[in-house]
Design a protein around this ligand. Structure first.
Ligand SMILES: C=C1C[C@]23C[C@@]1(O)CC[C@H]2[C@@]12CC[C@H](O)[C@@](C)(C(=O)O1)[C@H]2[C@@H]3C(=O)O
Ligand SMILES: O=C(O)CCC(=O)C(=O)O
Ligand SMILES: [Fe+2]
Length: 289
């Protein structure tokens, strides 16, 4: 795992013990929502940043062939302020699918982060996981839908669904249906397509974990291509630390005389800077020494 985090910032988790039923239930609810008439979906939009978004990603002009629901999670509970339909009694099955999935995936993120600490031979074992498990941790959840692009129907073409970027948080846990499209960039800048696997989870190292490991772990650049034939549905958990948390290399990891590659900042500062940036920007650049 440590080797994958150093080399790619990305790996797949199998045999995780999370019943496929939990993923399937949430996928079913997501598909039901994205199949609603456009006017219905738009009652939960435009996303700012939370709620229903269509083609526009973030506040700075990025676009992609994607529609999505972006959820705020405060004190470990979903906030449905931006999504009136989810406050209705009729949405109870959607809400329980979200809660069940979120609890399972948060636990998985925490276990994976503990294995990373163990692999790096640092103590305490929960040095990373305690940040996402903290009552005040800053978590986000996202359901993405990449519909087949009608212009490309029957053709072997693809278009940008979600443009290249790194995730700003500590860790992201991604699960998709059986439609490919996710690509990751290798260290030499080449793009590799990730075969879809609806029973597994994919882990992305985020910018904050790159900083906490003083660049040992790499936050992975990734993107999604949409196509003309199959729709892709993905669900992503983004585990961030509490707003006030200082993001800096862990002293117990630093070698003798090793200097931090980054100047000091809090998660709140980094998030603010991220939301001022374009998707593809190298956001850590302005925090490098
Ligand atoms: C263009 C943007 C969308 C984004 C906020 C940002 O200004 C830059 C980071 C983007 C990203 C990527 C990972 C997650 O999908 C996300 C929710 C996040 O925290 O950072 C998105 C943001 C978004 O879609 O609002
Ligand atoms: O939808 C996907 O498969 C990945 C999307 C993504 O990278 C993101 O939402 O940050
Ligand atoms: Fe991402």
């Amino acid at each position: 795992m440590v080797k994958a985090c150093r080399e790619f910032g990305f790996f797949k988790v199998t045999n995780h013990g999370i019943p496929i039923d939990i993923m399937a239930k949430l996928e079913e609810e997501a598909v039901k929502f994205f199949s609603l008439p456009q006017v219905e979906k738009e009652k939960s939009g435009p996303s700012n940043p939370f709620g229903y978004g269509n083609k526009r990603i973030g506040p700075n002009g990025d676009v992609g062939w994607v529609e999505y629901l972006l959820f705020a999670v405060t004190s470990k509970s979903f906030s449905y302020t931006a999504m009136p339909f989810l406050q209705e009694p009729s949405a109870s099955s959607f809400r329980s699918a979200l809660n069940e999935y979120m609890s399972a995936v948060r636990k998985l993120a925490s276990e994976v982060l503990e294995l990373m600490a163990e692999g790096l031979k640092i103590e305490p074992r929960n040095v990373f996981s305690k940040l996402v498990m903290d009552e005040k941790s800053d978590e986000i959840f996202r359901l993405n839908h990449y519909p087949p692009c009608p212009l490309f129907q029957g053709l072997n073409y693809s278009l940008t669904g979600f443009g290249e970027h790194t995730d700003p948080q500590i860790i992201s846990v991604l699960r998709s249906n059986n439609t490919q499209g996710l690509e990751i960039a290798l260290r030499d800048g080449s793009w590799v397509s990730v075969p879809s696997d609806q029973e597994s989870f994919f882990i992305n190292i985020g910018d904050s974990l790159q900083v906490m490991t003083n660049g040992r772990f790499k936050s992975v650049r990734h993107r999604v291509l949409a196509n003309g034939s199959k729709s892709r549905v993905s669900m992503i958990y983004f585990g961030g630390p509490p707003q006030t948390e200082r993001i800096a290399p862990l002293p117990q990891l630093m070698g003798e005389g090793e200097q931090s590659l980054y100047r000091e900042f809090t998660w709140e500062e980094y998030k603010k800077a991220a939301y001022k940036s374009r998707l593809a920007d190298y956001r850590l650049g302005q925090f490098e020494k």
